[in-house]
Every structure is written in C-alpha cells, then in structure tokens.
Design a protein around this ligand. Structure first.
Ligand SMILES: [Mg+2]
Length: 311
C-alpha cells in the first residue's frame, strides 16, 4: 500500500492519528480550516489553513504567473470562506529551482498581492527554499466571532443542500480565475443560515461525500438542479457535462446546508443580498453514507468520483 492506492481521506485519517491535539482546539484535522481559541474571553476564534500549489500538479509551466499567485492564495481564502471567516494574515513559503526567472516570481507575487489587497489580507512573512519544482505554499489565519464557525458536521437529515455559482470545466483555466466566496461565507455564518458548509475543491461528488460523512447522514441530489458551468457544457469529450460538474474539482464554490424550515426565507434573503447564483441541489437524508442522484424521478446510487490527490 502506498500514498496513491490508500486514497487521500484514508491517508489523512491514518497520519492524523499520530499527531497531538490540545484542549483549545475547537475543530482540528478534517474540516476546511482548523478552529482554535486562544483565550477564555476572546471575541473571536482563529481559523488556520495552509495549502501548496505545485507546478505540474496545480498549474502548468505555461500558466500566467499572476494567475498562479491568485490561485495559491485563493485556495486558502476559499477554505476560510467555507468556515464563514474573515482572512487576516498570510505567510508564503516559496520553493523554486535556481533557473526560475525573477520576473515570473514577481508576476506570481503580484497576482497574489492583488487578491490579498482586495480581501484585506496582509502577507507578513514566510520562507524560501531551492527545490526541483516551483511550489508556492500559503498559510493563512482568519477569524470568526467566537463559536460561529460553520463546521462540516452540523447538517441534519432533511436539511436542504445548496451550492453557489456553477460547477465543472475547471481544467479549462477556470481553476486559475475563481473568486473565493468570502462575502457569501461570512454572510451565511453571520445570519446563522448555514448548518454545515465546505468549499468544493475536489468535485461535488467527492466533497458531498465528505460533508455527509461529517454530518453522519446521506444525501440525494437532483441531476436537473446541478448548476453546470458554460465551459463544462461546451466540452466535447467522453464525459457528459453533468459528469464534469460532479467530478472536475477546483470549482471553489460553497456547498452548504440550510434547515428546511428556514429554506424559503434563506432563498429570498440570498437574492436580496447577492447576484451570484445559489442553487438548491438536494437534501440530506437519514441513510448514512449513501449518496443518491435523482434523474427524472429515479434515484440511483451516485458512483462518480472526484479528484484524487495521489493518483
Ligand atoms: Mg475546503
């Protein structure tokens, strides 16, 4: 068994067993961010998140430098958004071969800085190292009013499932241009709308499986309600647009649940607040661990898989 055959979630579970915790950790490994509490009377909980982007894995050699920087920070901010938090500070570890032109690195940092500035994030440090490939590792700290972080685990059977924006086709440069849904995430947490939330980074099918696993529920989603991106609709390959929407990954949209009794009020409030689409795609069910896809009234077990990091 190696990192490729065990599967990402199983690998993380195994490694996590080796690691120590502390009493002030509100939510540790397994959510979009860690949630920690530093003092008994603090008004805010802190959100911690780090993520690497690596040439040949998360971007190609020909990807525009600024877009790489945008993506590197954007991925981390998307996870802070998924808790309902406000990002504050970032650290960058840059790994690069000696042959990388300084101009390219400046481009990457310019792209990163533009997003940081727009979201009010200060970049306060980090480190650099020589390495075989170009890698940008971003660590960020955010905050959220104490006790208000929206975890993946808060959903109950009957809660309605929503997803922002549209899904699929991320391979066609969409993965370099996304906007982390910070305003939306903060609004969902502040209004106590969302019972559970995460961002869609590895494809709806995979990430929904993670959300339902955390909630201890199952889910049913309706094929006709899944918002498929224009890019995914135009792709001409062996997979249908729906399959792309279910499995492509790197959409960086928010996937969340709202209790059924609040759903109608939520939809009205959302439309008043945002122009961004928010689609009701299904609901959580009592059948723990079972994901179903409903097509023209017929429910089938959902088999489509998303992005696997080690394969
Ligand atoms: Mg995430």
């Amino acid at each position: 068994m190696n990192a490729g055959t065990i599967g990402e979630d199983a690998l993380i579970r195994r490694l996590a067993k080796l690691l120590p915790g502390r009493a002030d950790v509100v939510a540790g490994i397994g959510d979009d961010c860690a949630v920690v509490r530093t003092g008994r009377r603090d008004a805010f909980d802190l959100l911690l998140k780090s993520d690497p982007v690596i040439e040949g894995v998360h971007f190609t050699q020909t990807a525009p430098a600024e877009a790489i920087g945008h993506k590197a920070l954007g991925r981390v901010l998307s996870d802070i958004a998924a808790m309902g938090g406000e990002p504050l500070w970032g650290l960058i570890d840059l790994v690069a071969p000696a042959s990388v032109p300084v101009k390219r690195l400046e481009g990457i940092y310019r792209g990163l800085a533009t997003l940081a500035r727009r979201q009010g994030v200060a970049i306060v440090g980090g480190d650099t190292s020589r390495g075989k490939t170009l890698e940008i590792h971003v660590f960020a700290v955010g905050r959220i009013p104490r006790g208000r972080a929206v975890l993946r685990s808060g959903g109950k059977p009957g809660d309605v499932l929503y997803v922002t924006g549209s899904l699929g086709g991320s391979g066609q440069e969409r993965h370099l241009r996304f906007e982390p849904r910070l305003a939306e995430g903060q609004w969902l947490a502040a209004g106590k709308w969302a019972t559970a939330m995460m961002d869609v980074s590895d494809g709806l099918a995979t990430d929904l499986r993670r959300l339902t696993a955390a909630c201890g529920t199952g889910a049913v989603i309706e094929a006709a309600r899944i918002p498929i991106s224009t890019v995914a609709k135009r792709l001409k390959d062996r997979r249908t647009p729906l399959e792309h929407a279910l499995s492509d990954g790197e959409d960086f949209e928010l996937l969340f649940t709202v209790s059924l009794r609040k759903a109608a009020a939520f939809e009205t409030a959302w439309r008043r607040q945002f122009r961004l689409a928010c689609n009701r795609i299904g609901e959580l069910t009592e059948k723990s661990g079972r994901l179903e896809l409903e097509t023209r009234g017929i429910r089938r077990v959902l088999k489509v898989r998303g992005y696997e990091h080690f394969t």
